[in-house]
Design a protein around this ligand. Structure first.
Ligand code: 4NP
Length: 147
């Protein structure tokens, strides 16, 4: 799960997807394309909306996406078009590029919709992002659990 800062959207996506997959079979992680928040906990508003839905993401630590993530993961879900471009800029070959997907294409195929960045808005932006990510992660988990 990749966003810009790795403090708002992608830690929420990580927490939601982790809660839907057996941890012995799947590794779920998140990262930001920027370096601003390396080592930081998620934004308190993401922690709060996760907690409201029974998820504890408060112990997650921000990190930056690196090219070796293409070796560690089968699917790389980006939140928006700028994340998509930044991740693709680090891809080394077509195999890397084929792993990168807009997370909302799981729900709205081929639309390349953005998960809105809630950082500069109010608390309702975080609830909205939670709802969007919950729907997308349900679809991802259902598909993965079928394999
Ligand atoms: P995120 O949100 O990409 O969903 O984690 C942001 C967090 C921090 C900043 C921008 C977006 N920032 O500019 O510091």
């Amino acid at each position: 799960m990749v966003c810009l800062g790795n403090i708002c959207r992608s830690p929420l996506a990580e927490g939601i997807l982790k809660s839907k997959l057996p941890s012995e079979d799947f590794t779920v992680d998140s990262a930001g394309t920027a370096s601003y928040h390396i080592g930081s906990a998620p934004d308190r508003r993401s922690i709060a909306v996760a907690k409201k839905h029974g998820l504890n993401i408060s112990k997650l630590k921000g990190r930056q996406f690196v090219a070796s993530d293409f070796d560690r993961f089968d699917y790389i879900y980006v939140m928006d078009a700028s994340n998509n471009q930044n991740v693709l800029d680090l891809a080394r070959n077509d195999d890397d590029r084929s792993k990168v997907k807009f997370i909302l294409n799981e729900v709205y195929p081929n639309e390349n919709f953005d998960v809105p960045d809630p950082y500069y808005g109010g608390d309702d932006g975080f609830q909205n992002v939670y709802n969007i990510l919950e729907e997308a992660c349900t679809k991802i988990a259902n598909d993965l659990n079928k394999h």
